[in-house]
Ligand binder design. Structure first.
Ligand SMILES: Nc1nc2c(ncn2[C@@H]2O[C@H](COP(=O)(O)OP(=O)(O)OP(=O)(O)O)[C@@H](O)[C@H]2O)c(=O)[nH]1
Ligand SMILES: [Mg+2]
Length: 194
């Protein structure tokens, strides 16, 4: 059984190796980099799988990250799925560099206003702390639309304080479970980055 500090150490090592190999690519060959962020349990890994065309399965909390190449029409991009547990959020800023092109911020739309408030705090702190380009595109996914008692899109825009944010942003409603809003998300990314 690995201790938490060993897991974090392995995680950092893997990260550095990935970054080093990515930095060896000439700029024009470096693929579009998109990062899935959001609180734990928001559904990032479920969205990651849907964007890759995989079936919905019960996922475990992500300790570390997942990385895959997504191809949609003539667009291909690197998609990073980062763990969203409290102690892992501090690592996000190390992944987000000036090469970042987009953030997909996943929100559990059925988790209530307290979680929305926390998600907003985490989102804004991340955008402030990370060294990211001004042209970064922020796609917010209001996930778990298949559930009851969801917050409305207007409540989410308001709660996440999206109006007035300095990045171009858009909100889409998704259900990774029912595979809704996924093609629309890919279309939006295609429109933005192809
Ligand atoms: N009903 C419903 N459940 C979902 C949906 N998306 C994800 N879930 C469930 O929500 C839970 C958390 O999903 P994950 O994708 O593991 O969440 P995560 O954001 O990756 O969590 P961390 O890896 O801990 O940051 C799992 O039980 C999923 O099956 C959805 O659209 N609808
Ligand atoms: Mg996950």
């Amino acid at each position: 059984m690995l201790s938490k500090s060993k897991i974090l150490c392995l995680y950092s090592l893997l990260y550095i190796l990935t970054m080093v190999s990515a930095s060896k690519l000439p700029k024009e060959e470096s693929p579009t980099q998109i990062y899935l962020l959001g609180l734990n349990d928001a559904g990032k890994t479920a969205i990651f799988n849907s964007l890759l065309g995989r079936n919905f399965t019960l996922s475990q909390p992500t300790i570390g990250f997942n990385l895959e190449e997504v191809r949609y029409k003539d667009l291909s991009f690197s998609l990073w799925d980062l763990g969203g547990q409290c102690r892992l959020r501090a690592l996000w800023k190390h992944f987000l560099t000036e090469n970042a092109n987009g953030i997909i911020f996943v929100l559990d739309a059925a988790a209530g206003k307290k979680r929305l408030e926390l998600a907003s705090k985490v989102l804004h702190e991340t955008l402030q702390k990370a060294v990211i380009p001004e042209e970064l595109f922020l796609l917010v996914l209001a996930n778990k639309q298949d559930m009851d008692d969801k917050l409305s899109a207007a409540e989410i825009v308001d709660g996440l304080k999206l109006v007035g944010i300095k990045y171009e942003w858009e909100l889409l409603e998704t259900s990774a479970k029912h595979n809704t809003g996924i093609v629309e998300s890919l279309e939006r990314l295609h429109q933005k980055f192809n």
